[in-house]
Design a protein around this ligand. Structure first.
Ligand SMILES: Cc1cc2nc3c(=O)[nH]c(=O)nc-3n(C[C@H](O)[C@H](O)[C@H](O)COP(=O)(O)OP(=O)(O)OC[C@H]3O[C@@H](n4cnc5c(N)ncnc54)[C@H](O)[C@@H]3O)c2cc1C
Length: 386
């Protein structure tokens, strides 16, 4: 067993106790059947864990990103996958920071209680990818409505969400001074939208991750669903992305510890050539190396949390934490599957499932290359490459 992190022990113990009611075979079955872990997400919601960051005045626990990240870490460390529900934790932060009082009063108590799920955020588009400022989805004001047209891709948990935060262009790119201006964010009532201009097409994929293509055809939404000021949406979304990246870093750290625990246990027991395979340094070193990397990533994750909770700029730390943690969990996943030999490929060991799940974080929500280019340009002052 890798050394348990003893910070926030009460939260860890409580989340671990809940997760213990959903053992490996629960997550394995959900994965095999490609269904949504409804009972697990319900239990987390009822226990209030997904409302951790919502202030107490709106019915949440008013905890910081630090505590929220511990919750996500423990879910992944227990063998679960926070990807099914992490949106509920952080999507509301955009609303909390930039929504009007009326919007916060309307949405946050229902999100906190779980009556409404705000699990989805629609940013990525098929023809523009990471080049977000070129998005082509438009929202045009028409009286007291906005009319939405366009397409999104890889939008997760839409089928298990009541609301989605949508990024759309409200002023054409050619008419803005800075390319980051002229985009706005909206609350979209998903069930209503599906009856009046939104088509949802699921994308079967490598992990049991409910994700979709979305097509908007003259979808009308009330103007009051605009969050904050028109044209400032990109800035608002970036705030929320730092929380998302840090929470996902914590999930990767949970995965990393899971892989290290499993493989350490296995290599002590598995005897080949008359001795445990874990006695060979060729086996020990990659496991030890991943442990060092997970521990190091953990420090950056807590640094990002500390800055975010102190309302200090944390973009560099959030990005670096996500980079380090995703890399560390992937190295740990490789060591884990490698030293399980053939058994690593058997579904019943859960290694191949977690291996697939953790691989996603090299690409989403932001690819490793884009983090490297952010660091090169914004922290090191190197010439902008695109
Ligand atoms: C399972 C899943 C769930 C997702 N959920 C959501 C969601 O809920 N909401 C949402 O909005 N999006 C979501 N995404 C989208 C995700 O954020 C994007 O896939 C990711 O940001 C990469 O964008 P892209 O796929 O368009 O890749 P592209 O932008 O096409 O890039 C492809 C690859 O090219 C490389 N690359 C691109 N540009 C550069 C460059 N300038 N320099 C160096 N390398 C470069 C990178 O390595 C990148 O991985 C999800 C994706 C997946 C796979």
């Amino acid at each position: 067993m890798s050394q348990p992190d003893t910070s926030h022990q009460e939260i860890r113990d409580a989340v671990r106790a809940l997760c213990a009611e959903f053992p490996d075979d629960y997550h394995r079955k959900v994965d095999e059947q490609r269904t949504y872990p409804e009972a697990f997400v319900d239990a987390l919601t009822k226990a209030g864990w997904l409302a951790a960051m919502i202030p107490a005045e709106y019915g949440g626990s008013g905890l910081g990103l630090t505590e929220a990240s511990v919750i996500m870490e423990e879910i992944n460390r227990s063998g679960g996958n926070s990807g099914a529900c992490h949106g509920q934790m952080y999507n509301m932060s955009t609303l909390l920071r930039h929504g009007s009082k009326a919007q916060k009063d309307l949405y946050l108590p229902k999100i906190a209680s779980g009556e409404w799920r705000l699990q989805s955020m629609g940013v990525t588009e098929p023809t523009t990818g990471t080049d977000t400022t070129k998005i082509k989805t438009t929202a045009v004001r028409k009286g007291d409505r906005y009319v939405i047209n366009g397409q999104k891709v890889w939008i997760s948990r839409v089928q298990h969400s009541d609301w989605m935060i949508l990024l759309a262009r409200t002023t054409p790119l050619a008419e803005v001074k800075k390319k980051t201006e002229g985009m706005s964010i909206f609350m979209v009532d998903l069930r209503q939208a599906e009856k009046s201009g939104l088509t949802v097409r699921p994308i079967p994929n490598m992990v049991n991750h409910e994700t979709n293509e979305l097509f908007f055809e003259n979808l009308e939404i009330p103007a009051e669903n605009l969050i904050g000021e028109e044209g400032q949406g990109f800035k608002y979304i970036l705030d929320g992305l730092n929380a998302e990246r840090t929470l996902i870093a914590a999930e990767c750290i949970g995965d990393g510890y899971w892989f290290i625990d499993r493989v350490s246990r296995y290599v002590k027991d598995r005897v080949v050539f008359g001795r445990p395979i874990g006695q060979n340094q060729g086996v020990q070193f990659p496991i030890a190396e991943s442990y060092i990397e997970v521990e190091a990533a953990n420090l950056m994750r807590f640094k990002a949390c500390e800055l975010f909770d102190a309302k200090q700029p944390c973009g560099p730390q959030a990005n670096m934490a996500k980079y380090l943690a995703a890399k560390a969990s992937w190295e740990a996943a490789n060591a884990c599957i490698q030293f399980h030999g053939g058994f690593g490929f058997a579904n019943e060991y859960d290694v191949e499932r977690k291996f697939r799940e953790t691989r996603l974080y090299q690409v989403a929500p932001i690819s490793t290359n884009l983090i490297l280019s952010y660091v090169a340009e914004h922290l090191l002052g190197l010439p902008r490459s695109f």
